[in-house]
Design a protein around this ligand. Structure first.
Ligand SMILES: [Cu+2]
Length: 216
């Protein structure tokens, strides 16, 4: 095989691989829509948290975020209901076009989420924000709003933490790299209301939080 042939073969193989991974994630996202009974698997092609991902990979994560779980309610009382024993929730920190200092799921800003008691949860936050000070993370616990500029950590009754991720670079959106963080935890065994919030000073105070409700 000459060098050109090898190069073409390598390119075709790489494209097939990317296509397969992409369709795998789309399938997973589709599964998330089926009555919310089973969430799709974690997108396996992502590198370890701490390493940036491409815009294409970030878009797939957003697609997953917008399809896993069921949209409930209407008007100002919308929430995202997750069901099943294994749940993957992807939160987007400041999706392009969204207000500063917010989380998005299903295009909703800081929505209430519900999860069943005892569920095994994988939580991912994708940081789409950029510029100095636009690093974000997630804490889930019992600390109620309103929040002060500095939220002492751990918060009371803390059940989950994603450390602060780096911001994306300020290049054009398609050329930039994106950081994400992931954690796994078990939902408490008894129903109750918890809150997710960003631990970056000032962000929770500015509204970067929402209700995380554990249901029977
Ligand atoms: Cu934040």
């Amino acid at each position: 095989m000459n060098r050109m042939c090898k190069r073409i073969l390598a390119t075709v193989t790489a494209l097939a691989l990317i296509g397969g991974l992409a369709s795998g994630l789309v399938l997973a996202a589709g599964m998330g829509n089926m009555g919310g009974m089973k969430m799709g698997p974690m997108p396996m092609h992502l590198p370890k948290p701490g390493k940036p991902i491409s815009y294409a990979a970030a878009k797939l994560l957003i697609k997953y975020s917008n399809s896993a779980g069921m949209l409930m309610g209407h008007g100002k009382h919308k929430s995202v209901m997750f069901m099943g024993h294994h749940i993957h929730i992807v939160m987007v920190a400041v999706e392009p076009g969204s207000p500063d200092q917010t989380f998005e799921i299903h295009k909703l800003v800081d929505p209430e989420m519900t999860v069943p008691a005892g569920a095994a949860i994988t939580l991912t936050v994708l940081n789409m924000d950029y510029g100095p000070g636009t690093i974000h993370g997630v804490l889930i616990g019992k600390a109620k709003p309103p929040y002060k500029t500095i939220v002492p950590v751990p918060v009371p009754g803390q059940i989950a933490e994603i450390p602060l991720t780096m911001p994306r670079t300020a290049k054009s959106i398609k050329k930039s790299n994106y950081y994400f963080g992931t954690t796994t935890f078990k939902a408490p065994g008894t129903p109750g209301t918890y809150y997710y919030l960003c631990q970056m000073p000032g962000h929770a105070k500015a509204g970067m939080y929402g209700e995380f409700v554990v249901t029977p």
